[in-house]
Design a protein around this ligand. Structure first.
Ligand code: SF4
Length: 726
């Protein structure tokens, strides 16, 4: 008997874990088992052809919200060309309503509910015996008659032992009826499962794919929207097994290992042991963990801050800062502690921080969501994920009582996203979707960091209001109807600033200065993340006669190379010029950027504070919201956590030709005063005739394109402030 386990991943870059666990759990009694991996962007006909070409007796599919609809299409067609193939489904998307699914999809033979390793193995053992016995009586379509099915003479004897009815969590058909024993499989002893990380798996995956890993199953928490909360307790894989698997992945040169543990740090002792192991052993493999932000203790934070740059990513769900929302979704989070911890973890750029918010939660109306957005934004995560509530099958939030209580309307098809509820309308959700899109394009791309900081600092009291304005601008100009290249997004931003200047009725001279500052900031951001040297349309370059010769002369001076580009001391100026670029700026954009710590501004202005019950009226509205009690205010940035300057903090150069006033360690930003009085809320219609902008001060910035930061993706740079040249 031959079985194929088919995984349809959401992206090419993703690998799948479940099929490999199932394959290696099967052992010798199950016949031949093969894993086939595709992704949902592959052509369906092609996937079908590949599956049929395997001539399987059993085709099993791992079902999730992102692939279930495609799987239904594929399996309906498989049965037409391989009428005797047995179709088995498993996975979270079919585990909670198996009878309903089998009723409406006659081509499904079996559904396994829950963790399938044990039950799948038992099912295949039964089918292995039964199919080999049955097949001698089968009549196959002509074109399939060349399939070589073995005939098992032990059939009659074995079938007595193998009883399909005894398999836990199995939904099956018998005598024209659907049977299900109502069980949901849980593997109690995870250590008994063979490791799926074999040479076969790793060579098929290739080192470029994201490899999923689990050191535990289950979650101790019970968030109402999450299916991990539907069964109790956490089970762990033995630590020695975890370490040996991780070492295998590191040695195989895997680019990223994504832990799928539901709350990686629910056990701090184990979390420390794994983090320590990863820090000690990882060469270039990056490890991604989903963690509860309030559960880190100081020792774990210190350990994380010692991790080499780019080895660790943390994904932390904030979801909302509204305490009433947290309590309604049964989420026990100490929001103050979470913010405190994230600030500590963010104090160095060595760990990639990913924060999540969810729109559409109970008691989170538009105004409350805006507060949550601003609070999370103030933490300046490397990635800010704005998600939308999904009413997943099997989750508590999808129960009739909850749906009724909060008046949820949601899509009946995957991914079952909320359309509206008692607190937020469909048009508000639609607007948040648009804001999510511009957040992806501008913030999460990491390509506009300094420009965004400047513009929000100067004009907006709320980052949310800025993104809303940017969204509306993009919407109105049709930029959301099509994909815009990364380069063209800079041009769109130039247009947006022109629109802003008009809207504020800025004096012509002020408007011009603003556009010039933005030009330099956009140029700076572009060159920090793009090494082509060709600037986007409408971003202007300062041209000075003789500049090319000056750059070459600068590099001929060995002391300069030794000081700024020590890795290149053996190279000629021509060779170095292939790896670096000099660019003239009218403003010292690096110093300007360093001045603008958005988190400080929002913290000190009280824009970021927890929303607790006291601030809500009887309807859960924020009418009397009083911005006080800043979140995580106990965090003292001067404490023992590493406060070393961030990667691209202000640097300066000195030599006899250079202005030496801004040596490293000096307050290199002292010339700029971005007075918080200029923080305008565009929505309020305030104008800014007297907008004070930084003074012009020409600088040359040297970009080193051989040196890219592993977390931010930005290239290293040096600011050269020259007295005599410019
Ligand atoms: S949302 Fe996270 S913390 Fe909550 S139950 Fe699910 S996995 Fe656990």
């Amino acid at each position: 008997m031959k079985t194929v386990i088919v995984a349809l991943n959401s992206k090419y870059i993703h690998g799948s874990l479940a099929p490999w666990y199932l394959k290696y759990a099967c052992g010798d009694d199950c016949g031949q088992v093969k894993v086939l991996e595709y992704n949902i962007n592959d052509n369906i006909e092609w996937i079908l052809t590949k599956i049929v070409a395997e001539k399987p007796d059993v085709a099993a599919f791992s079902c999730y919200i992102w692939n279930i609809e495609i799987i239904f299409k594929i399996i309906s067609n498989i049965k037409k060309v391989l009428p005797n193939v047995k179709i088995v489904l498993g996975g979270p998307e079919v585990s909670y309503t198996p009878e309903e699914i089998m009723k409406s999809n006659s081509y499904i033979d079996f559904i396994i509910c829950g963790e399938g390793e044990d039950s799948f193995k038992k099912l295949l053992s039964v089918l292995n015996v039964k199919l080999r016995g049955d097949l001698k009586y089968q009549e196959y379509p002509k074109h399939l008659r060349n399939i070589d099915y073995r005939v098992n003479s032990d059939y009659e004897e074995n079938i007595e032992e193998a009883n399909i009815r005894d398999i836990d969590g199995l939904c099956y058909r018998e005598g024209g009826k659907i049977h299900y024993n109502g069980k949901y499989c849980i593997i109690k002893d995870l250590g008994a499962l063979p490791s799926p990380y074999t040479n076969e798996m790793l060579s098929l995956m290739g080192s470029n794919k994201i490899i999923y890993y689990e050191a535990s199953r289950g979650c101790p928490f019970s968030c109402s929207y999450c299916i991990s909360s539907t069964f109790e307790g956490v089970r762990y894989f033995p630590m020695e097994r975890v370490k040996s698997d991780l070492l295998k992945l590191i040695n195989a040169g895997v680019k990223q290992v994504k832990f799928v543990d539901r709350t990686f740090n629910c056990n701090n002792r184990r979390a420390k042991e794994i983090i320590r192991y990863v820090i000690e052993n990882s060469k270039k493999t990056n490890f991604h963990f989903e963690a509860a932000g309030d559960l880190f203790d100081d020792e774990l934070i210190r350990l994380l801050l010692r991790a080499p740059e780019g080895i660790i990513q943390l994904e932390i769900g904030v979801q909302s800062i509204n305490t009433q929302t947290h309590s309604e979704i049964r989420r026990k989070t100490d929001i103050n502690k979470l913010f405190d911890n994230v600030r500590k973890l963010r104090s160095k750029d060595n760990i990639h921080i990913h924060l999540d918010l969810i729109a559409g939660l109970p008691f989170e109306d538009y105004s409350s969501f805006k507060q949550s957005f601003d609070a999370v934004y103030s933490l300046e995560p490397h990635y800010f994920q704005l998600g939308f509530l999904k009413l997943l099958k099997g989750s508590y939030i999808r129960t009739e009582e909850q749906v009724k209580k909060h008046q949820y309307e949601f899509r009946e098809y995957p991914p079952y996203e909320v359309l509206c509820n008692k607190y937020i309308s469909f048009s508000e959700i639609a607007e948040l979707k648009g804001i999510e899109e511009v957040l992806e394009r501008y913030y999460n791309s990491g390509r506009f960091e300094n420009t965004l900081r400047f513009i929000i600092n100067c004009f907006y009291s709320s980052p949310f209001e800025f993104y809303k304005e940017l969204y509306l601008y993009n919407l109105e100009h049709g930029y959301l109807d099509k994909s815009i290249s990364a380069r063209d997004q800079y041009t769109v931003f130039v247009e947006f600033v022109e629109y802003l200047a008009d809207k504020l009725s800025l004096k012509e001279s002020v408007g011009e200065s603003l556009k010039n500052v933005i030009n330099d900031l956009l140029k700076f951001d572009f060159m920090l993340t793009n090494n082509t040297g060709k600037l986007p349309e409408r971003i202007n370059r300062v041209t000075v006669p003789g500049f090319k010769d000056w750059c070459r002369d600068f590099l001929k001076d060995e002391s300069h190379v030794r000081q700024y580009l020590p890795d290149f001391v053996e190279m000629s100026p021509g060779q170095i010029l292939n790896k670096v670029k000099f660019e003239i700026f009218d403003y010292d954009v690096a110093a300007l950027s360093d001045k603008m710590r958005l988190s400080d501004k929002l913290q000190s202005s009280g824009s970021v504070s927890i929303i607790d019950d006291d601030k809500l009226d009887d309807n859960g509205k924020l009418d009397n919201y009083n911005k006080s009690d800043n979140i995580g205010k106990s965090y003292d940035s001067d404490k023992s956590y590493d406060n070393s300057k961030s990667y691209d903090s202000c640097r300066s150069a000195d030599s006899d030709k250079l202005d030496t006033s801004n040596k490293p360690g000096a307050d290199c930003n002292s010339d700029y005063s971005l007075n918080s009085d200029y923080n305008l809320n565009i929505e309020s219609g305030t104008t800014a005739d007297n907008l004070m902008l930084p003074e012009q001060r020409r600088v040359i910035i040297l970009f080193d394109y051989s040196n890219q930061h592993k977390v931010t993706g930005r290239y290293r740079y040096e600011v050269l402030k020259l007295k005599n040249f410019l």
